[in-house]
Design a protein around this ligand. Sequence first.
Ligand SMILES: Cc1cc2nc3c(=O)[nH]c(=O)nc-3n(C[C@H](O)[C@H](O)[C@H](O)COP(=O)(O)O)c2cc1C
Length: 357
Amino acid sequence: MEGMQQLKDDYPWTNTPLVVGAPMRLIALADMAVEISKAGGLGFIGAGTDTSTLSSDLLAAAELFYDANIKTSNGVLPIGIGFINWGADLGTAVPLIEQFRPAAAWFFAPTSISSLCDWTNQTRKVSPQTKIWVQIGSVQEASKILLAARPDVFVVQGTDAGGHGLVRGASLTTLFPEVTDSVHRTCRQEGIPPPVLVAAGGIVEARGAAAAFALGASGIVLGTRLLASPEANVSNGYKSEILRVSDGGQSTVRTKVYDKLRGTTGWAGTHNARGVINQSYVDAMAGMDEENKKLYEEEIKKGEAGWGAAARMTTYAGTGVGLVKEIKPAGDIVREVREGSRLVLHRLSSSAIVGKL
Ligand SMILES: Cc1cc2nc3c(=O)[nH]c(=O)nc-3n(C[C@H](O)[C@H](O)[C@H](O)COP(=O)(O)O)c2cc1C
């Protein structure tokens, strides 16, 4: 459990086990990130590919923390920032990292290892206290990045995750232990300390979180679950969809269709995104192309009515969406999942499964 202790040392205001709020692009903003950290988790602002409002988001977060009395060991801002590297602007990001010194910078989907290293090196140079998190989705990705970028934390993303991830993925159940073994083997060979490993993808409540801890995760990430919070910067139509949809393996799909409709076409062929199946997807599968984009653009004008099974606005969400049943404040979600997972593990430890060893 060295990883859990490392997280506690690095983010001293947090409670163990660590619950992290995913840096959902332009959805997880100051309100969400701050509420999560105030609840003893680690919140991230999701800048994604767009750093144009990051300065005002960080200022808003700093103001929200003003009288919060949060304990940080080294004067960092007790939240992180998430970047989608292929599209984010390094030149805008670095001065903001230097100015605001976030506790963590989360990187995802770089165009190359050398461009990822530009981000990690420059971040470390201007703000050595900022920990480097990198989200990966395969053993191969982890091995390529490990020695080149020496991240403090790997976020291991399973294929159940909502939003973008690898087209060819595996569930956390197989991916997490294999990444752990591979990373630890390399670190032993190289004589370097291993990064902390955190799990993401399909974790929405206490049982899933407990399962991730059983797999060896030192912390867990919530994305989809936090979409159903007042702090999520999405329309009520999106939130209603999250509450309506069940049976995520059937009702969501990994696809590039939504990127195409939305014009977010900079993603490499290796990545697609998981979202709720709607009319746009059905029509795309039936061969509709240009007309589909036109219909999508008309749907935008409908506002909240644009979401739903027979509608066309995109609802990125993971397979855990069926377990999300209510809108709840982000801080309460963090406390519920953290304390609930402890209870699940406590019950297991005194159950017949463990018995007498
Ligand atoms: C709506 C949405 C937007 C996301 N945006 C980002 C992003 O900008 N950057 C990133 O690294 N991950 C992003 N993710 C993926 C999360 O970091 C995380 O891996 C995922 O949400 C975990 O799975 P879950 O949704 O089942 O909790 C997003 C996820 C969702 C649902």
